[in-house]
Design a binder for this molecule. Structure first.
Ligand code: NAD
Length: 355
């Protein structure tokens, strides 16, 4: 059944396909840039150099210090570097960390971003920025931080190690799952979520088996694009809230935490989200999507317990406390006892239980 809805498209260009990097010069000009700062993380210097070489004189500098969760002092230094070099925009090369740093510069200096994503996390599709200071991560929405253009070149993801590819792909799947039962879900975004989930569930086993398989990499990045767009268009619920809480309180690794929790949160919500279940059942070809996700994680060799990614059982009560402190959107009521049971199963690595 189609109800009433409000749909707002986000303004951005997407250039997709093997070899998309060759179009970077054209894309820069298309969005009106001629002097860009190239941003990447310390272990991506090979790709960063390639990007800077592709741009020639239009790359006025390289900032190679992007780090996860965007420390505020690093963002200040990067912004000063961009201004000092007279940059009129930034090109980010990498995952959420590089894009996050570009967004922080866009936020304070208004410099537009062209993003070249090399993981499946999806930040390039969202107007959400984050900054970490004194151990606290602040986040906000500002359409000014949305990249003007995104170049997806699956060839650049071939180097992403198998384990990271798998957890990053499951991170992307989480956006689709929560987008399907979001309070602001719309038919258009739900189509993207279902197709994104299908593409990722199909491609990830092939990526895990043969990381150099360009067809599989293309399918995974296509799915990641769609799932990222869902993240940018909808309000996330319990799963993202719990991942944020676990990451902030215990410093658990971002994508791995998503991979472990997703089947459990979906199982918690399934009875209250029949349309989402129907879409995911079609995408996965399985009647119980939470069980299918759990099986997929096992097949992919992804972590399936919070214990194995560094959480102590004794931490469960304080995470429960934080998770129920402020109300937020979720199809099923979030109760302390419900979250305690969910977290305990996820911590121990038990099969998710549909409530
Ligand atoms: P990341 O950007 O930190 O990258 C993870 C690691 O993979 C890094 O060491 C990186 O150098 C390496 N890497 C990236 N691409 C590679 C490649 N092609 N080959 C080899 N190695 C490669 O991780 P991520 O999961 O992409 O992003 C996580 C961060 O993004 C978190 O801080 C998260 O909060 C944020 N995020 C924000 C949003 C948003 O909408 N604002 C959305 C998703 C994630």
């Amino acid at each position: 059944m189609i109800g009433s809805f409000v749909y707002e498209a986000l303004p951005m260009r997407v250039v997709f396909g093997v070899g998309a990097l060759d179009r970077l010069g054209t894309e820069i000009a298309q969005v009106g840039l001629s002097r860009v700062l190239v941003i990447h993380g310390p272990d991506r210097s090979g790709t960063g150099r390639r990007v800077a070489e592709t741009l020639g004189e239009r790359a006025v500098g390289v900032f190679a210090e992007a780090r996860t969760h965007v420390p505020a002092d690093l963002a200040r230094r990067a912004a000063q570097t961009a201004v000092g070099l007279g940059a009129d925009g930034c090109v980010t090369v990498g995952g959420g960390s590089a894009i996050g740093l570009g967004k922080a510069i866009a936020l304070v200096r208004g410099l537009p971003i062209v993003a070249i994503p090399t993981t499946y996390a999806g930040s390039e599709m969202t107007p959400v920025w984050g900054l970490t200071e004194k151990g606290r991560k602040r986040t906000g929405r500002d359409v000014g931080v949305l990249p003007r253009s995104v170049l997806y070149d699956p060839a650049l993801t071939v180097s992403l190690p198998g384990e990271l590819s798998v957890v990053s792909g499951l991170n992307a799947l989480a956006h689709a799952v929560e987008g399907l039962y979001a309070p602001d879900a719309t038919p258009m975004v739900s189509l993207m979520a279902e197709e994104g989930a299908r593409a990722l569930a199909t491609a990830l086993p092939k990526v895990a088996a043969h990381g150099a398989d360009l067809d599989a990499r293309t399918g995974a990045q296509y799915g990641a694009w769609l799932c990222g767009a869902v993240l940018g268009a909808t309000t996330m619920s319990l799963h993202h809230k719990l991942c944020h809480t676990l990451g902030g309180a215990l410093d658990l690794p971002h994508a791995q935490t998503h991979a472990v929790l997703l089947p459990h949160v979906l199982a918690y919500n399934q009875a209250a989200a029949p349309q989402a279940v129907a879409a995911l059942a079609r995408a996965f070809g399985a009647a119980d999507p939470a069980g299918a996700l759990w099986d997929l994680a096992g097949q992919l060799g992804a972590p399936r317990s919070l214990r194995e990614i560094g959480m102590a059982e004794g931490d469960i009560p304080r995470i429960v406390e934080q998770a129920v402190l402020h109300p937020y959107a979720n199809p099923r009521e979030v109760t302390a006892e419900g979250i305690r049971q969910l977290l305990h199963r996820a911590w121990a690595g038990e099969r998710p239980k549909v409530a």
